[in-house]
Design a protein. Structure first.
Length: 401
C-alpha cells in the first residue's frame, strides 16, 4: 500500500508565531474582527481562515485536526473533548427520529450504552450484529437504516471488521460507514479502505500518556462543516470541544505515535505467542490462530504490527482478579481501564469497561468471566516481563510449571 500515515504526519510543517518549531497555542475563547462585515460572513460560514469562537474552531484544534486527517487520509477532521464527544455527535448528525443504525455488537461499553439506552429516546433504533459476518450486517439493513457502525478492532474481543466488504455494503445501500479506529492507529487506515468517517478516542494510543481524554472525527470537508455548523451542527451545539492547551499537548505526543505503536505491537506479539505456547486461551490478531489474522494482514500497514491489545482467559473472574492483583503488586502493570499507556494496563472487561452489556448478551458474544484484557506497555525488556508474568501465573496455578 502506498499510503504512509506516519509520513503524512511527519511531512506537515508548522511554525509558531515567532518562528517556534511548535505552533503557537491560541489561548483565546473569542477573536476580534477588523470589520463588522467579516463577522457576519464568518457566521454565515463564508470567511475562510477567520476564527469566531473557540467552541467552533481554534488554531490549536485545527493544527491537531489537520495532523489526524493527514494520518487517516481524510480531507479534514474535528477534534473533540473525548472519544464519546466524537462518537455521539456523529451519530446524532447522521440520524434523525425514525432512523436506524446497524452496529457491531462488540463495541466500546460507552458506545454500546449510548446506542442501547440513550439514543432510543430520540426514536433512533439500533440492530446489534456479528460484524465479522457481512451477510448478517446486510440482512439487518432496513429502509430506515442510515449508518453502519463498528470498530476496526473491537473492544474487548479483538474482532476484526472487514472494512472493504462493509464499505461495499454501505455504498450499495447508500449508508455511511463509521469506523472507530481507536485500537489500531497507523496499523489500519479505514478511510483508505472505504470508510466514510473515522473516529478515535485520542485518550488511548494517540495521546499515549493517560493524562487526558480527547477525541477526533475524520471525514470530508462537507461532513466536518456540517458538524461545526452554527445552526445545526452537533459538535458546535452539543459543545464537547477540546481545549486549545490540550490540543497542543496531544499534537506533541502524536509525533511519536509510530515509534510507540511499533513497540506496543512488538511486545504484544511476543507475549501473545508465549501465552499461547503455554496453553493459555489467547486472543491477538497477530496470532495465526486468530480467526481474522489473514483479514487483518490484508488491511494493515505492516510496519506498525497488530497493535498493543490482547486478551487471555484464565477460567474465572476470581482467578482473573487474583492474577491482576498479583501482577500489579509485582509492578508488571496497573489494574486499570483504558489503554495505550507506557505501562501495561489490565482489567476484566465483564465487570468493568463492558459492564454496560447485560450478562446474557456478554455470554452470547463470547465475553467470558475469566477474560483479562491487556494493553501491553512499552517495556524495553519484554522477555523479563514475560518471565515475571509467568511466575505469577504459576504461583496461582493458572500455569503449571
Ligand atoms: C475509550 C474508547 C472510547 C471512548 O473514548 P473516551 O475518550 O473515553 O470518551 C471509544 N471507543 C473505544 C474503542 C475506546 O477504547
Amino acid at each position: 500500500m502506498s499510503f504512509k500515515p506516519a509520513n503524512n504526519i511527519q511531512d506537515l510543517q508548522y511554525f509558531g508565531e515567532f518562528g517556534g518549531v511548535n505552533p503557537s497555542i491560541s489561548d483565546s475563547s473569542t477573536y476580534t474582527f477588523l470589520s463588522a462585515k467579516t463577522m457576519f460572513d464568518t457566521f454565515e460560514g463564508n470567511a475562510d481562515g477567520c476564527y469566531l469562537y473557540s467552541r467552533h474552531s481554534s488554531p490549536s484544534n485545527l493544527y491537531l485536526g489537520e495532523a489526524l486527517a493527514a494520518m487517516e487520509g481524510t480531507e479534514t477532521a474535528n477534534v473533540t473533548a473525548s472519544g464519546m464527544g466524537a462518537i455521539t455527535p456523529v451519530l446524532l448528525q447522521l440520524c434523525q427520529s425514525g432512523d436506524h443504525i446497524v452496529s457491531s455488537r462488540t463495541i466500546y461499553g460507552g458506545t454500546y450504552a449510548f446506542l442501547k439506552n440513550f439514543i432510543p429516546r430520540m426514536n433512533i433504533k439500533t440492530s446489534f450484529v456479528d460484524i465479522t459476518n457481512p451477510k448478517a450486517v446486510e440482512a439487518a439493513i432496513n429502509k430506515n437504516t442510515k449508518v453502519i457502525y463498528c470498530e476496526s478492532v473491537s473492544n474487548p474481543l479483538l474482532e476484526v471488521a472487514d472494512i472493504p466488504a462493509l464499505a461495499k455494503i454501505a455504498k450499495k445501500h447508500n449508508l455511511k460507514l463509521i469506523i472507530d479506529n481507536t485500537f489500531s492507529p497507523l496499523s489500519i487506515s479505514p478511510a483508505i479502505l472505504g470508510a466514510d468517517v473515522v473516529i478515535h478516542s485520542l485518550t488511548k494510543f494517540i495521546n499515549g500518556s493517560s493524562d487526558t481524554v480527547g477525541g477526533v472525527v475524520c471525514g470530508t470537508q462537507e461532513f466536518i462543516n456540517d458538524l461545526r455548523n452554527v445552526n445545526n451542527g452537533a459538535c458546535m451545539l452539543l459543545g464537547a470541544t477540546m481545549d486549545s492547551l490540550r490540543a497542543a499537548s496531544v499534537l506533541k505526543n502524536l509525533r511519536t505515535l509510530h515509534i510507540r505503536m511499533k513497540q506496543h505491537s512488538k511486545n504484544a506479539l511476543f507475549l501473545a505467542e508465549k501465552f499461547e505456547a503455554d496453553g493459555l486461551k489467547t486472543v491477538y490478531p497477530g496470532l495465526k490462530s486468530h480467526p481474522s489474522h489473514e483479514l487483518f494482514k490484508s488491511m494493515m500497514h505492516p510496519d506498525y504490527g497488530f497493535g498493543g491489545m490482547l486478551t487471555i482467559d484464565v477460567g474465572s473472574l476470581d482467578k482473573a482478579n487474583e492474577l491482576m492483583e498479583l501482577m500489579q503488586n509485582n509492578n508488571l502493570g496497573y489494574l486499570a481501564v483504558s489503554l495505550g499507556f507506557y505501562k501495561t494496563l489490565f482489567s476484566a472487561p465483564g465487570t468493568s469497561t463492558s459492564s454496560e452489556i447485560p450478562e446474557d448478551e456478554q455470554k452470547e458474544m463470547g465475553l467470558s468471566d475469566g477474560l483479562i484484557r491487556f494493553s501491553i506497555g512499552l517495556d524495553d525488556d519484554i522477555e523479563r516481563t514475560y518471565k515475571m508474568m509467568r511466575q505469577c501465573m504459576e504461583q496461582l496455578n493458572i500455569l503449571t510449571a
